[in-house]
Design a protein around this ligand. Structure first.
Ligand code: GZL
Length: 324
């Protein structure tokens, strides 16, 4: 459904952009806010839900959204931002695939007087004036929370705890934060050892590939923990574990980030031991901020999305339906 909505919105965007000129000069003053939104891709269940949240919140807020899916290519995001500038949208928002490479195009948006909202992931820039506000999760905290679960889980042993890590997209804010935050915690005890760590790009297929390679290199008896930076890679790894006769959650302790309904179901079944929430439903907050910026209001420079942890010690009856 979301993909067909993407297609529709892209066609609408092109029709509007190409059909009735490349500017809004002839629109009446009280026209709805026009938001140009560049989404990084559709690589995971989390991303699909995030796009669903953005699009539906724009509709609920009466904001005209030009939604562009960059299909995991930052060049497509730069092209989309330039087209938003040419069309003279009121506000630009985007979820940067990786942290670097944005200064030039955001400088063009600033020169055109168009404010920019950064959503989900962050950019690495020496010029914070390039964006009005950033709405993100605290990925370092997410990584620390994963480490803290392991410290509790293995508090009664001094035996080595050998960890396999499926990392998210290289140079992306969530991958960096979840990698570094995790190590901030486990580095305090030498029994924790990351024996294998590889970039799985937040994708189920790559989670499968990497877990297959890990099992060709290591005896399952020598793996104690899988720490996966997102649920889709976890699903791929669990498929491989089942095929190899490994009981996930028992033979190998599993920590996963995002908190889709499917991973919560695994948690309840004991197939996963800890789920670090990363909330995809930022749409209403993004639209509220876009409306306030378009109205000339001041907004905070950074807004951190509140999240929690679900683990085997959680009262499962308290976990609401995840909705995706
Ligand atoms: C996190 C987001 C990550 C999710 C993945 O905010 O950028 O990208 O954790 C998604 O599932 O692919």
């Amino acid at each position: 459904m979301v993909r067909s909505l993407h297609v529709f919105l892209t066609i609408l965007f092109l029709a509007v952009f190409l059909g009735c000129g490349t500017s809004r000069d002839n629109e009446p003053e009280d026209s709805p806010i026009v938001l140009g939104y560049s989404q990084l891709g559709d690589e995971s269940a989390w991303r699909t839900q995030n796009s669903r949240s953005i699009i539906s919140a724009a509709q609920d807020a009466g904001i005209k959204i030009m939604f562009e899916d960059a299909m995991q290519n930052p060049e497509n995001q730069i092209k989309a931002i330039r087209s938003f500038i040419a069309y003279k949208v009121d506000v630009i928002a985007f979820s940067p695939l990786v942290e670097t490479g944005w200064d030039t195009v955001l400088g063009e948006a600033r020169a055109a007087g168009i404010p920019v909202i950064i959503v989900d992931r962050m950019i690495d820039t020496a010029d914070p004036g390039l964006y009005r506000t950033a709405i993100t999760s605290d990925f370092d905290l997410e990584g620390r929370r994963a480490g803290e679960f392991l410290v509790e889980k293995f508090q009664d042993t001094d035996d080595p705890v050998r960890i396999v890590e499926l990392v998210g997209t290289a140079e992306s804010t969530p991958a960096i934060g979840r990698y570094e935050g995790f190590r901030e915690v486990i580095s305090a005890d030498p029994k924790f050892e990351v024996i294998f760590s590889e970039d799985g790009d937040f994708m189920l297929s790559k989670g499968r590939e990497i877990m297959q390679r890990v099992l060709s290199l290591y005896d399952p008896e020598d793996i104690d923990v899988l720490y996966s930076h997102n649920d889709d890679m976890t699903f791929g790894a669990i498929e491989v574990m089942h095929e190899a006769g490994i009981v996930p959650g028992r033979d190998i302790v599993i920590i996963s980030v995002d908190a889709t309904q499917r991973i919560i179901n695994y948690l309840k079944e004991g197939a996963v031991n800890c789920v670090i929430e990363c909330n995809p439903n930022s749409g209403p907050l993004v639209m509220d901020i876009a409306g306030r910026i378009a109205a000339g209001e001041e907004v905070p420079k950074h807004i951190s999305i509140q999240e929690t942890v679900f683990d085997e010690y959680t009262d499962f009856s308290t976990i609401a339906d995840r909705g995706y």
